[in-house]
Design a protein around this ligand. Structure first.
Ligand SMILES: Nc1nc2c(ncn2[C@@H]2O[C@H](COP(=O)(O)OP(=O)(O)O)[C@@H](O)[C@H]2O)c(=O)[nH]1
Ligand SMILES: [Mg+2]
Ligand SMILES: [Zn+2]
Length: 317
């Protein structure tokens, strides 16, 4: 039988069957063939399983993934699949509490573009004032270079209808640092969902890692038709993920990174010294020209250099 992974760790996974029942499954023989990651299965994966009677079963195999959103797990020394078969990646941040972290967003959207999944930047907690200048400016820059940016508030409901419209009929994943309000946004979309919301740590002004495991949740009433009491059933799925402290990109070659920088991709390979240009001061460097002309934001240039360094090996040692 075919089912979809909701959540799981190591060897025990919860599978959603065709009748929306949850089946606790073990992996047959413990290791799935051809899977080489920190976690063999992720929320959103389609699997073949047997059993199901009494609510337990055995996973026999993994269906080919349409795509997956991952990061490099430094502790485990391997890629970690955060979500599989997704249509949208919501890269969630907040203007403050916890402090705005544009470098996190730089990384999260790069990973999405490299995986071929559409990223959407969300700034939650837009009810908190004043908004720091850096947040205003960097969010405006994300939109200038071609990303969709949403300003929302799980507390006041600002922007939630638009979020609903975007998510209807899709599988989305929410990523962001702990405490930015990923779980709260999911609760705002559907108050009946079993997500836990944590207080901020007052002393450090950051989240407490309340969500400890990624999980797939079925959303209903995303379509207006359903809000008016039409058909029932899921209109979309969202994968809630635990907070990510450090986002190390996965599966990207250092020279390839420029292709996923939306404001730089057309310049790839066009520096005077071609692919050997380090973009740090060589003659005829198109990246530095973009920086000088304002086409590339200074902060994004910094991110680009740091991530390139990291991908060259520094972070993996
Ligand atoms: N002011 C404000 N606080 C929020 C908003 N959304 C979430 N919070 C608070 O932020 C804290 C962390 O929320 P949570 O959803 O657990 O964050 P997560 O770690 O990203 O899932 C909780 O205390 C929430 O009540 C918002 O839109 N505005
Ligand atoms: Mg959470
Ligand atoms: Zn260059």
């Amino acid at each position: 039988m075919r089912g979809r992974i909701i959540r799981g760790s190591r060897n025990v996974f919860t599978v959603l069957d065709e009748n929306n029942r949850e089946i606790e499954c073990r992996i047959k023989g413990k290791v799935l063939k051809g899977v080489d990651a920190y976690n063999p299965l992720a929320p959103g994966d389609w699997v073949e399983y047997q059993g199901g009677e009494g609510g337990t079963g055995l996973i026999l195999g993994l269906e080919d993934r349409k795509n997956f959103y991952s990061r490099f797990n430094q502790k485990g020394g391997a890629p970690q699949i955060l979500a599989a078969n997704v249509d949208l990646v919501f890269c969630v941040t907040s203007p403050s509490s916890p402090p705005f972290r544009p470098r996190f967003l730089d990384r999260a959207v790069l990973q999405a573009d490299s995986a071929g999944i559409e990223p959407v930047v969300i700034c939650n907690k837009w009810d908190i004032t004043p908004v720091p200048h850096e947040a205003e400016e960097r969010l405006a820059d994300f939109s200038r270079i071609g990303y969709r940016v949403l300003f929302v508030s799980a507390s006041t409901g600002l922007g939630i209808p638009e979020l609903r419209r975007l998510m209807a009929g899709k599988v989305s994943v929410m990523v962001g640092q702990s405490g930015v309000g990923k779980s709260s946004l999911i609760r705002a979309l559907d108050p009946t969902l079993p997500v836990r919301i944590g207080p901020l740590n007052q002393k450090y002004d950051r989240g407490n890692h309340t969500t400890c495991q990624a999980q797939l949740l079925a959303l209903s009433a995303l379509n207006e038709k359903n809000e008016k009491g039409g058909e029932s059933g899921a209109d979309g799925f969202v994968i809630d993920t635990p907070g990510i402290r450090r986002f190390i990109l996965d599966g990207i070659e250092p020279d390839e990174l420029i292709l996923y920088m939306r404001e730089l991709s057309s310049l790839a390979g066009r520096c005077l010294f071609g692919l050997s240009c380090s973009h740090t001061g060589e003659k005829g460097c198109r990246v530095r020209e973009a920086l000088a002309s304002g086409a590339l934001h200074g902060d994004r240039y910094e991110s680009f250099l740091r991530i390139t360094e990291e991908l060259r090996g520094g972070a993996y040692e």
